[in-house]
Design a protein around this ligand. Structure first.
Ligand SMILES: [Zn+2]
Length: 524
C-alpha cells in the first residue's frame, strides 16, 4: 500500500485480465501472485513460506500430470546449515605500523560466512589484481606474487582479454587458485554491483545457508572472506605506493592490474552462530514416448526460493521476489500444463525442477546435480529460467550459453519460426552464465542455456532493465505492485514451450561446441 501508483497498476492489471478473460497470461500471473504474496514472506530457504511455495509447485506439477520425481514424492529434502556473524562479539582491524584502524561491519566490510571463518585472523596482505589464474588464456594474476600465508586483496571483475564464459568460470574458481598459491583468505573490493552498497550492507544481517553435504564447494578452506565497500577501499593501500582510485580506474577499463605486497596486517576475531534447517527441491517428470530416448532427460530448472524477510525499505521488509523468481516458476508451471493440455508427445523425458537455495549460491541445483534423482549420465541438457524480466514487449531473446553448444541450432530454428531474434549476452562482464542454476549443470558436463527477454545496449529497454536492477533487484519492491508486460510473459512462455518441445524431441543428444571452454567438464 505504500506506492501511490498501486491503484493504477492494479487497475491496469484488472483491465488486461478482462481483455483476455481466462487467457494464458492470467494463469501465469496467478502463479506469480500466489508465490510473491506477502503471505509467503519472500520464500527464504528453509522458511514456512518456502515450504508453502514448494507445496504449491508440487500440486501444480501433479495437476499437469507430471510424475513425482523427487526422493519423497515431488520433494527432494536438503539439509542446510545457517550461519551468521555475531557482529557485537566480533571485530576486525587493519594494522599499519602498530596502529589499529577498525573495520566497521557494513560501512567498510561485509564478512562472508558461506564457509565457516576462522575464529582468529592475523595475517599479512597482498594485492593480487583480479585474483584470476587462467594459464590457457595467458593470464595469471598470481604469477610471481608471494601469497603464502597472506590474505589476498582483489578487485572484482577481470581484464578485457578474458571472454565472458571464461571470465565467468575463472571468477567462480578464483578461491581455488588463490588457495593453491597459499592464500589464507580473500578480500574482494566490490567494483561494480547490481545492488547499491547501502542495500548490500543491510542484507549482511540475514543468515546465509550452506549445504551440510557440499561436494563442490568453491569456498572450502577460506579462513576469511570479506567484501569491501569500494568507497572506503583506500585504507587497504596505505603505504603501498598505489591508490585504490588508480586501481579501480584501471579495472573500470578492464585493463590488466599490477600485483604487489601490501604493508597492512588484517587482524581480528570473528564469532559466528549457526543452526540446521531443511529445505526442498521440487521435482516432477513428464515421461518421454520414444522407447530409447525416454531414458534421457531434459531438465527445466527455475529457482523457487528468494531472500525472505530483511531490513525494511520504505516500511516494507518482505522481499517478495516476484520477478526473482516467481516469474520463472510460473513459466515452468505453465509449460507443464500446456504440454499436458496439448497432449504433446515428447521423445525424451522432461524433468521440471524447482530448486531451493539459489540465492544462497546455487545450492539447491548443486545438490540436485550431485544427487540427481535420475541417472546423472542420462541428463542431456538444462534450460534455466531466472528473472526473464517481462518488462517490455518481446522481440528478441538474450541467451546465456548461446555460443557454447548445439542447443543454439534448435533455438535459432524455433526463433525463426516465432519471429524472435536470438542474441548473445550484451553484457558478458556481468557473468550471468555462472550466476544462476544452469551453472550447476554446466559444471557436471551438461550443456545448458539461460534466457532473458531481449534488449540492446543503449536502448530504452536497456534503461528499463538498468533501472529495474538498481531499484527493485533484491529489494522489497520486486513485488506485485510493479509494472509487468503480461503479453511479454505470455510470448516468452509460449516460446519456451516450443523450444522445450524441440530439444526434448531432437534426434541427437545435445553437444558442447568443440570451441567451448565448458566442454572440459563433459564426460562423454
Ligand atoms: Zn534469481
Amino acid at each position: 500500500m505504500r506506492h501511490p501508483f498501486l491503484a493504477s497498476v492494479l487497475l491496469a492489471l484488472a483491465c488486461s485480465a478482462a481483455a483476455h478473460a481466462a487467457g494464458p497470461a492470467d494463469r501465469w500471473l496467478a502463479h506469480v501472485r500466489f508465490l510473491a504474496d506477502d503471505a509467503l514472506e519472500g520464500r527464504d530457504t528453509g522458511s514456512i513460506g518456502h515450504r508453502k511455495a514448494a507445496e504449491y509447485v508440487a500440486s501444480g506439477f501433479k495437476a499437469a500430470g507430471l510424475e513425482p520425481a523427487g526422493t519423497t514424492g515431488f520433494f527432494q529434502p536438503i539439509a542446510f546449515e545457517s550461519r551468521q556473524v555475531e557482529e557485537g562479539q566480533s571485530r576486525l582491524a587493519l594494522v599499519h605500523d602498530g596502529n589499529e584502524q577498525p573495520l566497521v561491519f557494513g560501512d567498510n566490510v561485509i564478512v562472508s560466512v558461506r564457509a565457516p571463518p576462522a575464529a582468529h585472523i592475523d595475517a599479512p596482505l597482498a594485492f593480487a589484481g583480479y585474483g584470476l589464474s587462467v594459464p590457457e588464456a595467458g593470464y595469471d594474476d598470481l604469477n610471481g606474487l608471494d601469497l603464502n600465508g597472506r590474505v589476498a586483496v582483489v578487485l572484482s571483475g577481470g581484464p578485457a582479454t578474458l571472454g565472458g564464459p571464461l571470465l565467468a568460470h575463472a571468477s567462480t574458481v578464483r578461491w581455488t587458485a588463490l588457495q593453491r598459491a597459499g592464500a589464507l583468505g580473500v578480500v574482494t573490493i566490490l567494483r561494480t554491483s547490481d545492488i547499491p552498497w547501502d542495500r548490500i550492507k543491510l542484507r549482511r544481517l540475514s543468515p546465509v545457508k550452506g549445504l551440510v553435504d557440499d561436494p563442490l564447494s568453491d569456498t572450502t578452506g577460506e579462513q576469511i572472506a570479506l567484501t569491501v565497500n569500494p568507497a572506503t577501499a583506500e585504507q587497504w593501500f596505505t603505504g603501498s605506493g598505489h591508490s585504490a582510485a588508480e586501481l579501480l580506474a584501471l579495472a573500470a577499463d578492464r585493463k590488466p592490474l599490477p600485483h604487489f605486497p601490501l604493508t597492512g596486517q588484517l587482524r581480528g576475531t570473528l564469532v559466528t552462530s549457526s543452526s540446521r534447517l531443511q529445505s526442498d527441491n521440487v521435482v516432477g517428470m513428464l515421461p518421454g514416448t520414444d522407447p530409447q530416448l525416454k531414458g534421457e532427460y531434459l531438465v527445466l530448472s527455475a529457482h523457487l526460493d528468494h531472500v525472505g524477510r530483511g531490513e525494511s525499505v520504505d516500511g516494507d521488509g518482505i522481499y517478495n521476489g516476484a520477478m526473482d523468481n516467481a516469474s520463472g516458476i510460473a513459466t515452468l508451471l505453465e509449460v507443464a500444463r500446456r504440454l499436458h493440455d496439448s497432449g504433446a508427445r515428447l521423445r525424451r523425458s522432461v524433468i521440471f525442477l524447482g530448486v531451493t537455495a539459489e540465492e544462497q549460491g546455487l545450492l539447491g541445483s548443486r545438490y540436485f546435480t550431485a544427487h540427481p534423482t535420475v541417472p546423472a549420465s542420462a541428463i542431456v541438457a538444462d534450460l534455466n529460467t531466472d528473472m526473464f524480466l517481462p518488462l517490455f514487449p518481446m522481440h528478441s531473446l538474450i541467451v546465456n550459453g548461446l555460443e557454447e553448444s548445439d542447443l543454439a541450432d534448435d533455438l535459432r530454428r524455433v526463433g525463426r519460426a516465432a519471429g524472435i531474434e536470438i542474441t548473445g549476452d550484451p553484457e558478458p562482464e556481468r557473468n550471468a552464465f555462472v550466476r544462476s542454476d544452469q551453472y550447476s549443470f554446466i559444471r557436471r558436463g551438461v550443456p545448458a542455456l539461460a534466457f532473458k527477454i531481449g534488449w540492446t545496449l543503449g536502448s530504452p529497454e536497456h534503461d528499463i532493465v538498468k533501472r529495474w536492477r538498481a531499484e527493485r533487484y533484491h529489494a522489497p519492491s520486486d513485488d506485485l505492485n510493479q509494472p509487468m508486460d503480461l503479453q511479454a510473459a505470455e510470448d516468452f512462455t509460449r516460446f519456451y514451450t516450443a523450444f522445450v518441445e524441440a530439444v526434448a524431441s531432437r534426434a541427437t543428444r545435445p553437444r558442447w561446441n568443440d570451441t567451448s571452454f565448458f566442454r572440459r567438464f563433459a564426460t562423454e
